[in-house]
Design a protein around this ligand. Structure first.
Ligand code: PLP
Length: 314
């Protein structure tokens, strides 16, 4: 999994009408199972675990987490023990995401919301480390310093593939955008689309992840008005637009991450945000496995969405 992901143009009447060029970097195609940006973020974490002789990995996530799903599979492939602290009830352990994680050998530890909130607390992490002395602790979403190095490679690949003006990505924890900022060295405009409702903590979290020299970079913006109501929230109108675009272009999106980036792009193009001839690259971060949990809960109808990367384990 070290070949560059492909970059493809997207033809759509909205882009033609407003005279902009849009391309998409298909990190969703990096691997059939591991969600694109989660692989970028895990790559050097896993290498580091091996290089330092650690025994395994401990990480954090929700019951439908792309990061948990990706980490479980990557560790299974690399024969590395994996433990996940999961926010939620053990009754969720048979959902699509967690059933596969278990199948791939990940040990799941369920905690309540209060305990989960301690996931970045120093004392809590020290205790965890004492319990599992030889394990690497990787934060929620995989977003740490080693993750940025992996994500920065997206920029190296893009520089070989095309010239462009703006690169867009969805933003959850901010690790992916931070990695792009580090890799880009202020060459392009970077547009992050926040998929959750927030005031300013995410900007600070992104800045905190950046190395000293990159903290002053000002070529990035976090757009805060495209969360559609909050994390994993969306309306029928939102999902209709996403599906319509997928059917027109043959590129699948899901409504939690990549779909919100797409809705932001369409709105920005339609409102004249980009100058004529502007060349925009979308980073497709993957995440299609996350659809499963929405099918299971009846939030989306499986018949109207792409099929899952792997069928349910059973
Ligand atoms: C986790 C995730 C994101 C957000 O990445 P961050 O580095 O947490 O900001 C975006 N897209 C998909 C598909 C994801 O799984």
């Amino acid at each position: 999994m070290s070949a560059p992901s492909i970059l493809q143009p997207i033809n759509h009447p909205t882009f033609a009408k407003h005279n902009v060029q849009v391309m998409i970097k298909r990190d969703d195609k990096l691997d059939n199972i591991i969600s694109g940006n989660k692989w970028r973020k895990l790559k050097y974490n896993l290498q580091d675990i091996k290089a330092t002789g650690k025994k395994g990995i401990i990480t954090f996530g929700g019951c439908f987490s792309n990061h948990i799903h990706a980490t479980a599979f990557a560790c299974y492939q690399q024969k590395l023990p994996a433990i996940a602290i999961i926010r939620g009830e053990a009754s969720n352990q048979n959902n699509y995401t967690l059933a596969w994680a278990k199948h791939w050998g990940m040990k799941l530890i369920f905690v309540d919301r209060k305990t989960y909130r301690l996931r970045d607390d120093e004392i809590y992490l020290q205790h965890l480390q004492q319990q599992y002395p030889d394990y690497a602790i990787v934060p929620e979403g995989g977003s740490n310093t080693l993750a940025l190095t992996g994500v920065a490679e997206v920029i190296d690949e893009l520089n070989q593939q095309a010239t462009f003006d703006t690169l867009m990505t969805p933003v959850g924890s901010g690790g992916t955008l931070a990695g792009l900022i580090v890799g880009d060295k202020e060459q392009h405009k970077l547009l992050g689309v926040s998929v959750l409702k927030q005031e300013t903590y995410l900007e600070n979290q992104i800045r905190n992840l950046l190395p000293e020299h990159a903290k002053a970079y000002s070529n990035w913006v976090l757009l805060n008005e495209y969360h559609c109501g909050g994390y994993a929230k969306f309306s029928q109108d939102d999902t209709n637009k996403i599906r319509e675009f997928s059917i027109d272009t043959g590129i699948d999106f899901e409504p939690v991450y990549s779909g919100k980036m797409l809705l932001a792009l369409l709105n920005l193009v339609e409102t004249g945000y980009f100058p004529a001839q502007h060349r925009i690259v979308l980073l497709h971060t993957g995440g299609l496995q996350g659809l499963a949990g929405m099918f299971e809960r009846g939030i989306l109808n499986a018949d109207e969405w792409p099929s899952l990367p792997v069928p349910p384990v059973r």
